[in-house]
Ligand binder design. Structure first.
Ligand code: PLP
Length: 419
């Protein structure tokens, strides 16, 4: 159940008509369900009852301020990968002591900012970063609580572009280096190691690689402690997959929680997780209008819609599958459509030969499971105004990111003074 349901022949989000939102805000537009965000957050956090757990929502999945505040009010922390994301998390009301700062290339200025606001933990991904952070923090008279991010050399993830846990991926330090770096960090003036972290990929639908990686992390904690090094927390990242249509059914948060406890075998340690997609993906749809249907005598029937790859890049970038649902499905046999956007690239194709109830000009369609890595990755390519976002909560809804006007878009580019 994701709170996007057909009711009276029309697809609705909770108590609100998608037709109504499209009429008032225009299309394309993202629509998010508060009830779904809440349900996913709770299902995940309740999978770890009896543990001291930080659930740091991965801001990059959907960084809208109202989405972040919805989660912050439930007690969520934030996993951030840039100064901009830290600023968003703070603006949404996430307290600094629930913010984790990750990423392979944090600049000195970003590290300084994170230290200034006092984020809970900085996840260090390499030795040069460790040295640099210690220097920056010591220069500010601070000692940063850090985790060493380890690359456990385990392959996982729904697509090569989102696999992060193999030794050839750019993330983290090797298992063998991690012990030396943790010990080294103990003796650096600007850092205080408190945790080890891993995140092996995204859209993982099989617990086996996670079990393998987490088992390696458990062994690492035991080795570090055997050397007398204190390890307070184990950050196991995000990556749990979601049920996209026609995809293998992923494990539930409860299955995941059970696997974690089995793998840790009673290890006494605080835990942190960084789920992104799991919380946001099925809490959002991209609503789009049919511009027209273009049928060639031989060859595909093109459904040309007003959303494009600049609004939702996942199909072009990751060959991602999004279920597409007519908002008011018409009677009649389904027809095969190639669903395409207006952008001048063949990659701007959402689906090929997709059977859909017959569609006509001006009909609305919803791209399902678009709440994560949708609006957050949108751009103005082809000078298409940045796609707006709407948040629904029961019977009420609000525009939570406005569509810029063409005047606003052009005004951002001051003309060089010699032109
Ligand atoms: C992207 C990312 C996440 C979130 O991944 P999901 O698959 O959306 O859960 C968590 N942690 C880190 C370090 C990441 O880079």
């Amino acid at each position: 159940m994701n709170h996007f349901e057909l009711e009276g022949g029309e697809l609705r989000c909770e108590g609100v008509s998608l037709t109504e939102i499209a009429a008032q805000v225009g299309t394309p537009v993202y629509v998010y369900s508060t009830a779904t965000l809440t349900r996913h957050y709770k299902a995940f956090s309740e999978a770890f009852k009896g543990r001291n757990v930080l659930v740091a929502y991965a801001v990059k999945a959907n960084s809208n301020l109202s989405v972040l505040r919805t989660l912050a009010r439930l007690g969520a922390g934030a996993d951030t990968v840039s100064e901009g994301e830290i600023r968003r998390a703070l603006a949404a009301g996430v307290p600094p002591e629930r913010i984790v700062f990750s990423g392979v290339g944090k600049t000195d200025a970003e590290l300084e900012y994170a230290l200034e606001v006092g984020v809970q933990e900085i996840n260090v991904e390499s030795e040069p970063e460790l040295d640099r952070l210690s220097q920056v923090a010591a220069g500010m008279g601070k000692r940063a609580a850090i985790a060493i991010r380890v690359n456990p050399d385990v392959g996982a993830g729904g697509h090569a572009k989102i696999a992060t846990g193999k030794s050839e991926n750019k993330f983290g330090v090797s298992m063998s280096e991690s012990q030396r770096l943790y010990a080294k960090a103990m003796n650096l003036p600007g850092v205080r190691p408190v945790a080890v972290a891993c995140h092996i990929g995204s859209q993982i639908t099989d617990l086996t690689p996670m079990r393998e990686a987490f088992g390696k992390m458990r062994d690492l904690v035991l080795r570090l402690r055997a050397e007398g090094l204190p390890v307070e927390r184990l950050d196991l990242g995000g990556g749990l997959g979601v049920p996209y249509f026609h995809q293998p059914e992923p494990p539930t948060p409860a299955d995941f929680g059970k696997m974690v406890e089995e793998t840790l075998q009673g290890l006494d340690i605080d835990l942190a997780f960084e789920p992104g997609r799991l919380i946001a993906a099925n809490a959002g749809v991209l609503l789009s209008r049919v511009i027209h249907v273009h049928e060639r005598p031989e060859g595909p029937r093109f459904l040309v819609v007003d959303a494009a790859m600049n609004d939702l890049i996942r199909p072009a970038m990751y060959e991602a599958y999004h279920d597409i649902r007519p908002v008011k499905p018409r009677a009649g046999e389904p027809l095969d459509y190639d669903v395409v956007g207006p952008v001048c690239e063949t990659g701007d194709t959402f689906a090929r030969a997709r059977p859909l109830a017959p569609l006509q000009r001006d009909d609305l369609v919803a791209f399902m499971s678009a709440g994560a890595y949708g609006a957050a990755m949108s751009s103005e390519y082809n000078s298409r105004p940045l796609v707006p976002e709407v948040l629904v909560d029961g019977d009420r809804w609000a525009v939570v990111r406005k569509r810029p006007s063409y005047e606003e878009m052009l005004a951002r580019e001051p003309m060089a003074d010699w032109l």
